[in-house]
Design a protein around this ligand. Sequence first.
Ligand code: EPZ
Length: 423
Amino acid sequence: MAKFLVQKSGPLKGEVTISGSKNAVLPIMAATLLTEDKCEINDAPDLRDVEVMCKLLESLGCDVDRKLENNSVEVIPGKDVKGEAPYDLVKMMRASILVLGALIHRTGHAVIPLPGGCAIGKRPVELHLKGLKAMGVSIDEDKLSRGIVDARADQLTGNTIYLDFPSVGATEVVMMAATLAKGTTVLENAAQEPEIVDLASFLNKMGARIKGAGTDTVKIVGVDSLKGVKHSVIPDRIEAGTFMIGAAITKGDVLIKNVVPSHLKAVIAKLSECGVAISMTEEGMRVRGDVNPILATNIKTLPYPGFPTDMQSPFMALLTVAKGPSVVIETVFENRFMHVGEFNRMGANIKTDGNAAMIPGDKVLEGAQVVATDLRAGAAVVLTGLVAEGMTEVSQIYHIDRGYENFVDKLKALGANIMRVED
Ligand code: EPZ
């Protein structure tokens, strides 16, 4: 298995260009199933999850042409789309559930095995199914009890649907399903993430009639058909946030290009509280950790526009070396502190109690053998490895490959002392 070897590095300096958003490109690729025409998706990051989504669409009968050289993916769903997603692909990526809504329209009968839980939580899909049932989809409850979503519908009908939790995936699946339903759907307590807005703009380009994406109420007026379009996905706000932490924790000075500051308001606010100097320039966002001492702060993760759960572990990396104690509360996932044990192997001395973590701060970390427990936690232990004394060996880095394009090259270009080794 491949590993990262990370040595204590000097301040990160220079510029980094952020890739397209993983969490925008995956639902947009799923949405191509809503048309028979060719769709061209640009700024698609070269990630394992994108590769798996390409394979999934191919397994469903689509022609997929991934042009790595210019980060674009062409999908021609064509006429004979199949309704069954193969388990060997679905188990590699839980985002496979995102094809459900579109697949029901195309085939009238979709079968998607559920990958089940992962390190950060059970990852249920009852809200996705609640929305689809409200639109007239019937779910085989016996198969569901065995972890298989078997959904049938001859015609979907618009309805008013309330999401008990602003689930990103449920919002995306229901929004896609509603575009071709008869009548109007109103989705209440919808997720408001920028990736929802990007999906809605892709769907509206295709001819959908969606209003309110990015707010907690989304209205979708069903249309008869959608056409193929070209679209460039938004930059990855979590990758950008990760490099902001890299600049902060190493007391560096990094220019982050291809970033939308308004997607990072909560992260910018909290980093500024810690004394990180952040300024917008013509070329991008300049982040300096060399201006003030890095101070402690408290973090509570919330659905967007609150502090993003995906930034919880990278931010905790910074708090391990900040001046003074911090508290981090994780409210979105039920088990997203797996990285605490890894930070503690480096001397962070973090205590957890339920969904709260107490970080004493003021630590001089020591390099250790650590694992990436999820893709964001993997990036987080690389960040602590940059400032820890000695060598940090990060294993299970396939998690990181899922969400960070050219992570090692981008860090090396900023002066990080990191290399990838194959076992
Ligand atoms: C998306 O996952 C992202 N993935 C996640 O990013 C991100 O952490 C998450 O949204 C929250 O922002 C993609 O977009 C591909 P949710 P998703 O449904 O859609 C509970 C990363 O690091 N819930 O908003 O699965 C659920 O258990 C990944 O890039 C229900 O209870 O997230 C969780 O606790 C990790 N019932 C919470 O909601 C449901 O039916 C958030 O889940 C659905 C969700």
